[in-house]
Write a protein that binds this ligand. Structure first.
Ligand SMILES: [Zn+2]
Length: 467
């Protein structure tokens, strides 16, 4: 009898302890919900600082801390100021002064919200209930720094992706500023919070000749046709001419025209093809489509042409839309186009989030990677690749050569008038390393330079492969 009573006592004690723990967990949970509610009701800095005081860390793929909250609840960014500036537009700031960043889009995970009750209960009884989750990104800290250094404060963007996996290895926008200044909201240079790599809407200039070439290769027109380049004389009144090769390129077929970036050739081909076939080739490469990944979205690259006359069509064919015609591209999408050509015609969805690490130490890798965004015929991709190889081997892109790498690419110069009516010339390069072990694609845009992007692109590919 006494034994039975003891057993009941033990049982009750266990039950009571569990009950207390569980109630404790529920109280902690509701406390947490209330804090969150309180914080989100007034998005002021103090509330945000409070909210992020136990937020998880953000790491690069090589394990370098890009954001973390210390024991006193202070949130800080990379201890290397250059890396902090390079990563600003992707990592963001806890005050959410920059809108689309990991800090803002992945806030729930960083704060540890949305866990299942049982999961939360287990963390609560370990005293880790309030700790957020860590996030590991696909970015390589060394490449981020190199890209930022190479931009050297000039306005522009540089992107490196792994075209096989879709991992974004570097995405840098310049000018930038230290995240602490963004949090304090002081000394912020003009346009430095704008993520040019994701949201920039650039005129593609001659990088668009990849698309016109693709339209030609898919048409019944001959790629052997020879066009005589007239140099500075326009091809038709108001149509394209050569600004940089006054004497002209002579008699050229597709291969030489691509290598030398001959405007006359592509203007002529544009007239032969018509706007529909060029638009279709652009849409095969995800123009006029919203590209989204890991809660981020790119500004939509547009190809809306054929709204003007023949002269405008010759300009559209060389990526220099005029009048009512619109052609724009974001730097990340431009890198994805190169990646698609390198990857046998498969444009793989890019990603930034590598894994989530719970306070328990469990790491969960994000899956469902490698979805196709767009696809072209492998044979067509091979033909485009061969054309782009000539550009780097012996054409306008020789500055992108890297010893030991089979670099293929396309240069571009785009001229546009800004809001003030001034002519702004930007320099673009997109390309890739055609090597199994180094499946890297790159895009570099300099907003206000006539040249320089191909040099940076080559150095980035070299750094991606050999550093
Ligand atoms: Zn020419």
């Amino acid at each position: 009898m006494k034994q039975l009573r003891n057993n009941i006592k033990t049982f009750l004690l266990i039950f009571l302890s569990l009950f207390v723990l569980f109630t404790g967990g529920v109280i902690l949970q509701s406390q947490r919900a209330r804090t969150t509610l309180f914080a989100s009701s007034g998005e002021n800095r103090a509330a945000l600082a409070q909210r992020y005081s136990q937020a998880g860390s953000i790491y690069s793929s090589d394990g370098v801390t890009l954001a973390s909250s210390d024991e006193d609840g202070k949130r800080s960014y990379s201890s290397d100021p250059q890396l902090a500036e390079a990563a600003l537009h992707v990592v963001g700031d806890y005050t959410h002064n920059i809108t689309y960043t990991v800090e803002s889009l992945w806030q729930n995970e960083l704060l540890g919200e949305g866990r299942s009750l049982s999961e939360q209960f287990l963390l609560d009884i370990q005293g880790k209930g309030f700790q957020g989750n860590d996030l590991k990104l696909s970015l390589r800290s060394d490449l981020m720094k190199t890209a930022y250094e190479l931009l050297g404060g000039r306005k522009g963007a540089a992107v490196v992706i792994n075209y096989k996996t879709g991992a974004v290895l570097a995405s840098v926008s310049s000018p930038s500023v230290h995240p602490d200044q963004v949090v304090a909201w002081k000394d912020i240079p003009d346009t430095s919070l704008f993520n040019r790599a994701f949201l920039g809407e650039y005129l593609p200039g001659s990088t668009f000749k990849i698309i016109t070439a693709s339209a030609l290769l898919q048409s019944n027109l001959s790629t052997k046709e020879i066009v005589t380049c007239l140099g500075s004389t326009p091809i038709i009144p108001g149509g394209v001419n050569e600004t940089h090769a006054n004497a002209g390129h002579g008699n050229v077929s597709l291969v030489e025209a691509m290598a030398q970036s001959c405007n006359h050739y592509f203007g002529y081909i544009g007239l032969e093809l018509g706007d529909q076939r060029i638009s279709r080739a652009a849409e095969q490469m995800a123009f006029n489509e919203k590209i989204e990944f890991d809660r981020f979205s790119l500004s939509k690259s547009q190809c809306l042409i054929g709204r003007e006359d023949d002269a405008a069509l010759t300009w559209a064919a060389i990526g220099q839309a005029a009048g009512e015609d619109i052609i724009t591209v974001s730097p990340l999408h431009l890198a994805m186009i190169s990646g698609m050509i390198a990857n046998s015609g498969r444009m793989t969805e890019t990603y930034l989030m590598e894994s989530i690490i719970y306070p328990s130490g469990n790491e969960s890798i994000f899956d469902n990677r490698g979805d196709l965004v767009a696809q072209i015929d492998p044979g067509l991709a091979q033909n485009l690749k061969d054309l782009m190889r000539q550009v780097v081997n012996s054409g306008t892109g020789t500055n992108a050569q890297v010893s030991g790498l089979d670099v293929c690419g396309k240069t571009g110069t785009a001229e546009a008038y800004n809001k003030e009516g001034e002519l702004v010339i930007s320099s673009l390069f997109t390309g890739f390393s055609n090597n199994q072990d180094y499946p890297f694609a790159v895009a570099v845009v300099l907003d206000d330079s006539t040249y320089g992007s191909s040099v940076i692109a080559g150095q980035l590919l070299a750094a991606a492969a050999y550093d």
